[in-house]
Design a protein around this ligand. Structure first.
Ligand SMILES: Nc1ncnc2c1ncn2[C@@H]1O[C@H](COP(=O)(O)OP(=O)(O)OP(=O)(O)O)[C@@H](O)[C@H]1O
Ligand SMILES: [Mg+2]
Length: 285
């Protein structure tokens, strides 16, 4: 059970001299309980892909399936897709609109018919899940929040809908280290509850910690699909796609260049430290 994009293509401003194919021949699936990271340079098509997978835009070419049946070619199909999928926008300013954080987070579940205690409990849970203290933040205008808090409030609004699939467009940009850690734990918790997560990200630490699969997109096409290790271990592909290698691997490469006998891969900074200490004849702490 899941979402599947099949041979999806999308063109902005079709039929005009400014027409631009943003996606071409994209095959991508997301199952329940799976975390997939979408990596790609600026302008590669990540946001366009997420909008199509969420049922907000329709593909110009190809199909979107939900649980095996087509969900992009009728209004009822797109409604079914939007009910199953939550999308966190790249800019939280575009997602937030109400006069208070509480009203904003409550908007979706209220539309689902929730009222009273059930509604306030749903809002409180969602705010706590993203690390926003309901006591101090509920009554503030979302537009007085810091960038990081705004991002959390927008995510709380998406989570309050309890989607089966969560699509996140560069969700940790602007978060500090504790915010990123909390976010990582949140995603791991959602995964345990069977929620499928598709996340656009540039952050290798996050990708290596969370991804069951990495999809690399370059100029609207998927150019690599595999686990984080296989993506990180293909510097040629990453370079072509305009992406940096993980910092850990860059350090290993620099030290190899200085004559140390080191492998090209390490699965974590800790493993890299142990390998470097070994190569220097010492011991990693
Ligand atoms: N509304 C639009 N009208 C015309 N072209 C657009 C529009 N939105 C996006 N594009 C173009 O489509 C391509 C893909 O854009 P998209 O926003 O999906 O990329 P992205 O990978 O999300 O980039 P970023 O990392 O900067 O968010 C880009 O070339 C972009 O200029
Ligand atoms: Mg984008």
């Amino acid at each position: 059970m899941g979402i599947a994009l099949q041979e999806v293509g999308f063109t902005y401003l079709p039929g005009t001299p400014m027409a631009r194919a943003a996606l071409e021949g994209v095959d991508l699936s997301l199952r329940e309980g799976e975390t997939v990271c979408l990596m790609g340079a600026s302008g590669s098509g990540k946001t366009t892909l997420l909008r199509i997978a969420a049922g907000i835009s329709s593909p110009a070419r190809g199909r979107v399936l939900l649980d095996g049946s087509r969900a992009d070619d009728t209004a009822s199909g797109r409604r079914r897709l939007r009910a199953a999928v939550g999308l966190l926008f790249q800019s939280p300013q575009k997602q937030l609109f109400a006069e208070s954080v509480e009203k904003d987070v409550a908007f979706g579940p209220r539309n689902l018919g929730l009222r009273g205690r059930e509604l306030s409990q749903r809002v409180r849970e969602a705010m706590e899940a993203v690390g926003l203290d309901p006591q101090s933040h509920s009554h503030r205008s979302p537009f007085t929040l810091s960038d990081g808090e705004m991002r959390r409030a927008a995510l709380a609004g998406v989570l309050a809908m309890r989607p089966r699939f969560l699509l996140l467009d560069e969700p940790t940009v602007g978060l500090d280290a504790p915010g990123r850690r909390l976010f990582r734990e949140l995603i791991q918790g959602l995964k345990r509850r069977g929620i499928g997560v598709l996340m656009a990200s540039h952050d290798w630490e996050e990708v290596e910690a969370l991804a069951d699969r990495v999809e690399v997109i370059c100029e609207g096409r998927i150019v690599h699909s595999g686990d984080a290790r296989s993506a990180a271990g293909d510097p040629g592909m990453l370079h072509e796609a305009g992406l940096a290698s993980p910092p850990t691997l860059r350090v290993l490469a620099l030290l190899r260049g200085k004559g140390l006998d080191l492998p090209t891969r390490a699965s974590s900074p800790r493993e890299a430290a142990a390998l470097i200490a070994d190569a220097l004849g010492g011991e990693a702490q």
